[in-house]
Design a protein around this ligand. Structure first.
Ligand code: HEC
Ligand SMILES: [Cu+2]
Length: 415
């Protein structure tokens, strides 16, 4: 068993079948990915050659010149020829590696002239995508883990894409240069999709960029690659690469859905509709901390069941979710949820006020949330507003970064 594994691993080193092996890097889906892959293979073989060369000479010398067959150690110093050789050979090897590596690195940094620009925002613990430029401009959504809770708890068998599936994948067209501008709203995250050769830290208050151009259609999966807290392992990335025609279709559908979503505010929402929508919003955004039974985790995340804030005055109830909770001028784990729509916030607050043992018996309308939002922006210069993590500030900084993106390098945005 172990023998076949090792044999398999050795075979995987052969470049011809390397791509198909599960022991190797993922099969690249871009020219850049291919050149990174080839660089890896090339350097691996250089290492193998050095390893074999050095160890053969060493073992040969140890064996052939051992004391027991009567050899005496030679004793010489400052052999110019030897010293020149052991300086020149590594130098040549390093140059041989540095030249293609630099070429690939420059290619990787060249984010100029994209067909599509998408802002990626890391949140604890999900990803936000905003299509900033190109076909699909204006589309914006959150992408959350969709693995059912019972698989995670071990009460159901694990599915094929366990912890590598989301409700809303990132969708892009094949053969188009997609520029990603990557940031975070709370702590460090990293957007990593191996097959697309993108691995970029998402840093709060900074905007970094990267790009890819997928060569094949398909579904490509990755994960957050920067330890970002309790649910770091629960914020996967899924990218659907579609043909140009299917992408255009997706954009059309998405825009229609957004237009329909925008009408939600005018539609009269009944208390029951709000509660059932709120249960979904809660499951996607709140359950990780406050738990499905609303009891939270004692000492870390407060219970919403029986909470005075939840069932108290509607203003406070809305404001807690909209602006988060700051203590001593610092944001707590209860971040602002202003990226949610008015309907979503109204729904989740209505849900929490009436779920479990809570019986406020009322419904919050999306218009209440809208009013609370505009009140906040009027007072946006207040100390309280500055203390709360300001998610709304990110789009403005990204706009700035885009305006000065000609250099292709990361834009540093002062907050
Ligand atoms: C990352 C973990 C986390 C997530 C996700 C989260 N919360 Fe909280 N929440 C907290 C923490 C921590 C507090 C306590 C803050 C404090 O008072 O210091 C809190 C407090 C609250 C409170 C006030 C409770 C009280 O009695 O003081 C409400 C209401 C609330 N959260 C609602 C929500 C809703 C609704 C969502 C989903 C939209 C949500 N939270 C998502 C961590 C979280
Ligand atoms: Cu993360």
């Amino acid at each position: 068993m172990t023998g076949t594994r090792i044999a398999g691993a050795l075979l995987a080193l052969g470049p011809s079948i390397a791509c198909a092996s599960r022991y190797n890097l993922q099969e690249p889906n871009s020219a850049l990915g291919q050149s990174i892959y080839d660089l890896h293979t090339m350097i691996l073989w250089v290492c193998v050659a050095i390893f074999v060369g050095v160890f053969s000479v060493m073992f040969y010398s140890v064996f052939k010149h051992r004391k027991s067959v009567g050899h005496k150690a030679a004793n010489f110093h400052e052999n110019t020829l030897v010293e020149v050789i052991w300086t020149v050979i590594p130098f040549i090897i390093l140059i041989g590696i540095a030249v293609p590596a630099t070429r690939t690195l420059l290619h990787q940094r060249d984010t100029s002239a994209p067909d599509l620009t998408i802002k990626v925002t890391g949140y604890q613990w999900k990803w936000g995508y905003d299509y900033l430029q190109g076909e699909g401009e204006g589309i914006s959504f959150l992408s959350t883990l969709s693995t059912p809770r019972d698989q995670i708890d071990g009460t159901a068998p694990k599915g094929e894409h366990y912890l590598l599936e989301v409700d809303e994948p990132l969708v892009v067209p094949v053969g188009k240069k997609v520029r990603l501008v990557i940031t975070a709203a709370d702590v460090l995250h990293a957007w990593w999709v191996p097959a697309l050769a993108v691995k970029q830290d998402a840093i709060p208050g900074f905007v970094r960029d990267s790009w890819f151009k997928a060569e094949r259609e398909g579904v490509f999966r990755g994960q957050c690659a920067e330890l970002c807290g309790k649910d770091h392992g629960f914020m996967p990335i899924v990218v659907h690469v579609l043909s140009e025609a299917n992408y255009a279709k997706w954009v059309g559908e998405r825009k229609q859905k957004m237009a329909a979503g925008a009408d939600d505010l005018n539609k009269p929402w009944t208390a029951d509709e709000l509660k059932s929508r709120g249960a979904q919003v809660f499951a996607q955004n709140c359950v990780a901390c406050h738990q499905g039974d609303g009891m939270g985790i004692p000492g870390t995340f407060p219970a919403l069941n029986g909470s005075k804030v939840v069932t108290g005055a509607t203003e406070g109830s809305i404001a807690t979710v909209l602006h988060g909770v700051a203590r001593d001028g610092k944001p707590t784990a209860m971040q602002a949820f202003k990226q949610l729509s008015d309907v979503e916030i109204a729904a989740v607050v209505t849900y929490a006020r009436n779920a479990w043992d809570n019986k406020a018996g009322d419904a919050i309308s999306p218009a209440d949330v809208k009013a609370a939002r505009s009140k906040q922006s009027a007072a946006a210069n207040g100390a309280e507003a500055a203390a709360v993590m300001n998610v709304a500030a990110v789009p403005a900084s990204v706009a700035g970064a885009l305006a000065s993106s000609g250099d292709g390098l990361s834009a540093v945005v002062a907050r």
